[in-house]
Write a protein that binds this ligand. Structure first.
Ligand code: NAD
Ligand code: ZN
Ligand code: ZN
Length: 341
């Protein structure tokens, strides 16, 4: 029998996404009973990501008919049968890509690109955290939150830290790297801290004054609204684009050194043109990067527990989500906003 200690309602409120009607508050969403091998999570904190805007307003296709909210931290509320690795009351965070654990990608440690869980991602295809209780079908995709990390920070860490961590780590950044970060918002601000933890020299480009102030506070070595002549084309070993529109991609290619790596992490354009002759002649790598693996999330929490990365988070009640969606769209705040359902 399921173990239940918290009082759990049978219905709940949440923000449900549907392609034709958009994102809407629903007050009668079911609270699902965890079956064998599953568990129910009480959502404590859930972050708002710019990807939500791409889904809602720019046609980024991540499936249909699900509760959004893909940066999730919560408390285990109820265990289905045969779940032994977690206890009711554990504070945990979700590994968004929700890998199956059994396919060749999962078995080689690349569970972020699991094909079995494609569009079965938390808050993007499968239900996420813009609700009070979330059914977790595969508890392997939960990571325990360190005691000295708040649930609000943990929510932001599951994407706004994890995604830059994965991108920076898989691009091979190290102490001798000289990197460019474009867009120091929710992800990019944390990317600065992660890159400094890896020992890199970090140059940041952001068009917004307040984002540049934050970038300095996060430890960037150089911060600009436009790259000056003193920064030479072909001088960065890796360029991380947290915007990824044509203009920012072009900057990355111009400023990337021979044999360097460009990682267009942002999803700002649905397609990009590359200058192929330049790419070939200087042997530049353009590298895709999706969210992060379950091992990456453990490592990101380790960095947070050690104080090497501390995401800047503001809180608001989940009922205020629509207001913050508009604010984010208008570039109205820095860092991450995290909601408490
Ligand atoms: P955000 O809105 O918090 O931050 C974007 C930042 O970029 C802002 O500071 C803004 O001022 C700056 N900016 C925008 N246009 C610019 C330009 N032309 N030049 C310089 N700076 C510019 O967004 P976020 O939540 O950090 O997300 C960033 C991007 O990453 C989004 O496109 C999002 O969809 C994407 N994303 C990708 C993945 C992945 O797995 N690849 C995961 C999460 C988010
Ligand atoms: Zn995201
Ligand atoms: Zn898999």
């Amino acid at each position: 029998l399921a173990i239940r200690t918290m009082s759990i309602p049978s219905t709940q409120y949440g923000f449900f996404y549907n392609k034709s009607s958009g994102l809407n508050l629903k007050k009668d969403l079911p609270v699902n009973k965890p079956g064998a091998g599953q568990l129910l999570l009480k959502v404590d904190a859930v972050g708002l990501c710019h990807s939500d805007l791409h889904v809602l307003y720019e046609g980024l296709d991540c499936g249909d008919n699900y509760v959004m909210g893909h940066e999730i931290a919560g408390t285990v509320a109820e265990l289905g049968e045969e779940v032994s690795e977690f206890s009711v009351g554990d504070r945990v965070a979700c590994v968004g890509p929700n890998g199956c654990g059994l396919c060749k990608h999962c078995l080689t440690g690349n569970d972020n690109v699991c094909t079995k869980s494609f569009l079965d991602w938390f808050g993007l295809g499968y239900n996420g955290g813009y609700e009070q209780f979330l059914l977790v079908k595969r508890p392997r995709n939960l990571v325990k939150i360190p005691d000295n990390v708040t649930s609000e920070e943990a929510a932001a860490i599951t994407d706004a830290v994890l995604t830059p961590y994965h991108a920076i780590k898989s691009a091979g950044v190290g102490p001798a790297s000289n990197i460019l970060i474009i867009g120091a918002g929710g992800l990019g601000g944390n990317a600065i801290q992660v890159a400094k933890a890896f020992g890199a020299k970090v140059t940041v480009l952001d068009k917004k004054d307040k984002a540049r102030d934050e970038a300095k506070a996060f430890g960037a070595d150089q911060v600009y609204s436009e790259l000056p002549e003193s920064v030479l084309p072909g001088s960065f070993s890796a360029c991380f684009d947290f915007v990824s529109v044509q203009a920012t991609y072009d900057l990355c290619q111009t400023y990337c050194e021979p044999k360097g790596t460009i990682v267009p992490v942002g999803l700002g354009a649905s397609s990009l043109n590359i200058n192929l002759a330049d790419l070939d002649l200087r042997e530049i790598t353009v590298k895709g990067s999706f969210w992060g693996t379950s091992m990456d999330l453990r490592e990101a929490f380790e960095l947070a527990a050690q104080g090497k990365v501390k995401p800047k988070v503001a809180h608001a009640p989940l009922t205020e989500l629509p207001k913050y969606l508009e604010k984010l769209r208008a570039g109205g705040y820095e860092g991450r906003v995290v909601f408490n359902p």
